[in-house]
Design a protein around this ligand. Structure first.
Ligand code: ADP
Ligand code: MG
Length: 792
């Protein structure tokens, strides 16, 4: 943390005064050159970008210290100064000052303040951090003869003629002038306000003009241009605003007015802003303090680099980005520490049962799985709850890792609950886990969804501790579900659940024994996003697929290429392999979508009379659905037609063809998930995307699918196409705290840096207990938005 220039100067002013006054003025006469020190400190404060009312108080203090004082006069001056400055020393005052309404700025009345507030610019600090969209480069002057119609330019010319002309049928008069520089001329027009510029725009005056040049009949002209008058000796290249910032337009504010407003905010308030980043890091990276960064951004100097400014890559921009990410990671770190400090249950390192379960697996864990499992076991052994995200591409084998964790828990006498977003997924998980844990590990499994026929029996088995691992849906968080000894909560496909549901499940254990939480996501989230979105979770990544997997082949077919699909289906069946045909289903057009899937199942059946075709969708009852799925799993059905419900969780190695109908309607993550369903066995999988129309975005998604099979590349593309807010559909959960400056793609490296720096700070300040100003800054920036992000 670097204090604001204001705080620093105030401290320099008050410290000697307070020292002189301490212990009933005991040291009053011993302070040398007190007057000079105080006077200089006051002058420094008066030179800063702080509000007028603050300066007025300081200005009252300064004169008394112009001359050396002694005795009573000194004592009185010191006492008086301290009294006057008292209100300025209140902690948190700078924050309140910059949070003032914009109406404290010159020229902003209630109407304008209202307009600004509607744009989220209601306070001074909002204006300070409103970044320019671009800049007008006034450093290079265009000869008038080279002015291009339709583009902005800066030029210098002499006024050749100027004057008012009446406008026909109107009360106002038009003020116009012709300026020239020997290479050409241009006409300037003022339909209103001519009186105000009349004295500046005089015949013979030299003007510097910036604006967009238009054509009117045969002339080049500019209406209401931005002008400066140059005096005789002025160098036209010297400019008060060599790079003039251009901000997003705000209704009721001509660009120039808005620019002046921001400039006023910077000139009167910038030095109240503290810099949160550790000084050492800022120095290492050559970052200016925040007030200086604001000045560089809002009024860049003569030598500024236009390109880095406009790309928002200047050191000043990096300061704002890092600052923002650092405060965010501090907040997230605090939350994580809070959760990790809760009492949990230490689970013993697995013993005989775990060893048996591992031996019974039909394969060996990959190195990546071993690493993730090791990380999980280490957390489980702690007497505090684990909060871990297990991230891995589709098919990377997360389920088995969770299953082994459940065995560890059971071995220590605790229960595990696995929550899936849909009934179908829960059913599939239950089947998979049953198969994986079929050995003699002695795991007692249960399934609980809204369709479970004997829910009461499952309830009592859970309460009686007769189930070690229960798989289910939201049904698990119902009030009448009780666990004997819940120890681990596993959430699959986390982003479909609100944070509250995660918490509701964890709350099924007594608060003295908060269960461990493992969140599994098959959606490969870019690391930068994972660190931010799930900043409250530790991260384990399974970054390799089981051996022998080969990426699926991807084909894109358009409307009218239906015969090709039939051909591919035929080839697949002929090899004795199976195929999926998936239809999109969205709530808005649910009936239509369902009809499309049903009709398709019928027509496919007609085309392949020898083959059994099964249909599954979310509207079927659980028993019917289970029958259909099992039939496909056992290989009795050759083709499974479904709505997007099979998106996650289906695991049938013999299925090698995935046909996605209306691929343009699926999200990129979904498409990637679907493709991950094939090619799980020895044969190479094929994924056919059938696009029937679409938009620019949907074309971009399909292209990304053709270009890569790497989940992380796909996720990055998704993030780029959709923007982070919508990515994972998190907006509505409030999970992504809105970042103003950081771009999670562009600034990925800075996210990691901010996170490690924040961790270091939290360690060295006992979680900000010893950094109250920083704690205030975190709270001020993120406030209660962070509580939404946390586990609890
Ligand atoms: P996901 O991470 O998508 O949930 P799953 O856990 O469903 O992946 O695993 C995908 C498939 O890979 C399953 O058939 C599983 O049995 C198999 N699998 C998992 N781990 C391994 C491994 N180490 N070696 C071979 N196959 C594995
Ligand atoms: Mg899975």
């Amino acid at each position: 943390m670097e204090p604001a220039p204001y705080a620093e100067a105030l401290e320099a002013l008050c410290r000697p005064l307070a020292f002189a006054a301490a212990d009933d003025f005991a040291r009053l006469e011993r302070v040398r050159s007190l007057e000079r020190t105080v006077h200089q400190a006051a002058q420094r404060l008066l030179s800063l970008a702080v509000p007028e009312d603050i300066k007025q108080l300081v200005a009252k203090v300064a004169p008394a210290f112009q001359e050396p004082l002694a005795g009573d006069a000194r004592r009185q001056a010191v006492a008086q100064a301290l009294r006057t400055l008292e209100p300025l020393r209140e902690p948190g005052l700078p924050d309140r000052l910059i949070a003032r309404s914009v109406s404290c700025l010159p020229g902003v009345g209630p109407r304008r303040a209202e307009k600004l507030a509607r744009r989220g610019l209601g306070t001074v600090v909002d204006l300070l951090f409103q970044l320019p969209a671009r800049y007008d480069d006034r450093r290079c002057l265009t000869p008038l003869g080279k002015l291009e119609v339709g583009s902005r330019a800066t030029f210098v010319g002499e006024v050749l003629v100027a004057g008012f002309t009446p406008l026909r049928g109107r009360r106002q008069r038009l003020f116009q002038a012709v300026v020239g520089d020997g290479s050409g001329t241009v006409k300037l027009k003022w339909f209103r306000g001519g009186e105000a510029v009349e004295s500046t725009v005089r015949k013979g005056a030299r003007l510097r003009v910036t604006d967009e040049v238009r054509r009117y009949r045969f002339d080049k002209e500019i209406t209401h241009p931005e002008i400066d008058r140059l005096e005789a000796g002025d160098d036209p290249r010297k400019n008060a605003a060599p790079l003039a910032p251009v901000y997003a337009a705000v209704e009721g504010f001509p660009p120039r007015t808005f620019r002046r407003l921001v400039a006023a905010a910077v000139a009167q308030y910038a030095d109240l802003v503290a810099s949160a980043l550790p000084a050492r890091l800022a120095a290492q990276r050559g970052l200016p303090p925040t007030p200086e960064a604001l000045r560089q951004i809002h009024s860049p100097g003569e030598d500024a680099d236009l390109e880095t400014l406009e790309k928002r890559r200047s050191p000043a921009h990096e300061r704002l980005v890092l600052e923002e990410l650092y405060l965010l990671e501090l907040g997230l770190g605090l939350r994580r520490a809070e959760c990790a400090g809760q009492p949990g249950l230490a689970v013993g390192r697995g013993g005989e049962r775990l060893a048996r379960a591992r031996r019974a697996l039909p394969f060996q864990l990959t190195a990546a799985q071993e690493r993730a499992f090791g990380e999980i076991c280490r957390d489980l052994a702690e007497p505090h709850p684990m909060s871990r995200l297990l991230q891995g591409d589709v098919g990377s084998g997360k389920t088995v890792v969770a299953a082994l964790a459940a065995v560890s828990l059971a071995e220590s006498g605790y229960q595990t609950a696995l929550m899936a977003p849909t009934e179908l997924l829960a059913e599939q998980h239950a089947r998979t886990l049953r198969a994986l844990l079929a050995g003699d590990a002695g795991m007692r499994l249960g399934l609980l969804t809204a369709s479970t026929p004997d829910a009461a029996a499952v309830h009592s088995a859970l309460a009686g501790g007769e189930i070690d691992l229960v798989v289910g849906t939201h049904a698990l968080v119902q009030a009448d579900v009780h666990f004997a000894r819940l120890g681990l909560v596993v959430i699959d496909e986390q982003h479909r659940f609100g944070v509250r549901q995660r918490a509701a499940l964890a709350a099924k254990a007594p608060p003295s024994r908060v269960p461990h939480t493992l969140v599994m996501t098959a959606t490969p989230i870019p690391r930068s996003l994972a660190l931010t979105l799930y900043g409250d979770l530790d991260l384990s990544v399974i970054d390799a697929l089981p051996p022998g997997r080969r990426p699926a082949r991807t084909l894109l077919l358009r409307e009218g290429e239906g015969p090709r699909v039939v051909e591919l289906l035929r080839e697949t069946l002929a090899r004795g392999e199976q195929a999926y045909v998936v239809y999109p289903l969205v709530e808005a057009s649910e009936k239509l979508d369902l009809r499309a899937a049903t009709e398709s199942a019928r027509s496919i059946q007609a085309a392949f009379p020898e083959t059994r075709v099964e249909l599954v969708h979310g509207r079927m009852d659980a028993a019917q659905r289970a029958t259909a799925m099992e039939c496909f799993e056992r290989g009795e059905a050759g083709i499974l037609v479904s709505t997007s419900v099979i998106e996650v969780g289906v695991d049938i190695p013999n299925a090698t063809l995935m046909v996605v109908e209306h691929a343009e309607r699926f999200g990129l993550a979904q498409l990637h998930q679907l493709r991950g369903r094939v090619g799980r066995g020895r044969a190479v999988g094929t994924c056919v995307l059938v696009a029937r129309g679409g938009t620019e975005d949907s074309e971009a998604r399909l292209r990304a699918m053709l270009e890569s099979t790497d989940g992380f590349v796909i996720a990055d593309a998704d993030l780029r196409i959709r923007g982070p807010g919508e990515f994972l559909g998190t907006k509505q959960h409030g999970r992504l705290p809105d970042l103003r400056f950081a771009d999670l793609i562009r600034d990925a490296r800075l996210v990691a840096l901010a996170r490690s720096t924040a961790q270091e700070t939290l360690r060295s300040t006992s979680r900000l207990a010893r950094a109250p100003a920083l704690a205030r800054a975190v709270k001020l920036r993120w406030g209660d938005r962070l509580t939404l992000v946390g586990v609890a």
